[in-house]
Design a protein around this ligand. Structure first.
Ligand code: ADP
Length: 280
């Protein structure tokens, strides 16, 4: 049984795959992923550097979740290769995948500290009890994300922002080097979003590379080192002003994007989601 009700784990018994220190933390070369013969991602190639924070942007159905699942090693590619630190995705204990909130069974009877301790399983092995050091680490990361007072609460009692912080704490406990967050900001108010970015700054200081799927073009433009624009294919990766060009945005969103010229730049309004994206 798993609290990830709709996702199978990458591996029942994780293996510690070493990294080549000279290889990119994540590299995709000409990756295509198909579901029943239909391509959800086509010919994707990019590289990420350690400690980068990159936004993955695109309309619903663009393939963002598919990308994360392929990188996490829970979906096979139909073509091309994915490497993490120079090695294929399966068996890495350095990847933390934070699923969409709707993919989690919040009724599952576990506490916040239980979930964070799950981040230690790959280090512990499945059949060893946590040691004092593991418990200390769980306490430290809960403190870091501000969840110490809620450590013994059942996970269903958390707010959306607290749920995201719990998963970040689990990634920290896992000592993850690459974190994949699927829509962590959706539905959070501005203070809760700020809390998440503050914690992501702490991850950057630890050289953790973070990929965040988001619908919000404004947040993607203002709070990330680089952005990626997707619609089944990669339309651009780089600085927001280079990637969010009118042509690229039309290619991603079609008629669902309106570009309004203003003195400060181009205002982008998309209507593919209830949180319309705005960007300069
Ligand atoms: P996003 O996260 O950007 O909304 P997804 O990766 O969820 O996009 O989906 C990309 C495409 O793949 C969509 O057309 C979706 O319907 C399809 N898809 C996603 N998961 C499955 C699946 N398990 N089986 C078949 N098609 C799927």
């Amino acid at each position: 049984m798993s609290i990830f009700s709709k996702i199978r784990p990458a591996s029942d018994v994780p293996l510690a795959v070493q990294h080549d220190p000279n290889a990119p933390i994540l590299k995709l070369s000409d990756v295509t992923v198909r579901y029943n013969g239909t391509a959800a991602l086509r010919n994707i190639s990019f590289e990420l550097h350690p400690g980068e924070r990159v936004a993955v942007v695109g309309p619903n159905g663009a393939g963002k979740s598919t990308l994360f699942k392929a990188v996490a090693g829970v979906l096979d590619t139909s073509r091309g290769s994915i490497t993490i630190g120079g090695y294929e995705p399966q068996g890495h204990i350095c990847i933390a995948y934070v699923p969409q909130r709707t993919d989690v069974d919040w009724e599952f009877p576990v506490t916040v500290s239980d979930v964070v301790m799950m981040g230690r399983v790959s280090k512990l092995g499945l059949f060893r009890w946590p040691r004092v050091r593991d418990r200390q680490l769980v306490q430290e990361v809960l403190e870091l994300v501000g969840l110490t007072p809620l450590a013994e609460q059942q996970i269903g009692e958390l707010s959306g922002g607290q749920q995201q912080r719990m998963f970040i704490a689990r990634a920290l406990a896992q000592e993850a080097e690459l974190m994949l967050m699927d829509e962590p900001l959706t539905g959070l108010d501005l203070p809760a979003q700020d809390d998440i970015f503050h914690i992501l700054d702490l991850l950057r200081a630890r050289n953790v590379t973070v990929l965040v799927a988001t619908h919000d073009l404004n947040l993607a433009s203002s709070r990330f080192d680089r952005v990626m624009l997707f619609n089944r294919q990669l339309l651009g990766i780089g600085a927001p002003e280079q990637v969010f060009t009118p042509d690229n945005l039309r290619a991603a969103y079609g008629n669902h994007v309106q570009l309004i010229e203003t003195e400060d730049g181009v205002l982008i309004v998309t209507d593919t989601h209830c949180d319309d994206g705005h960007s300069h």
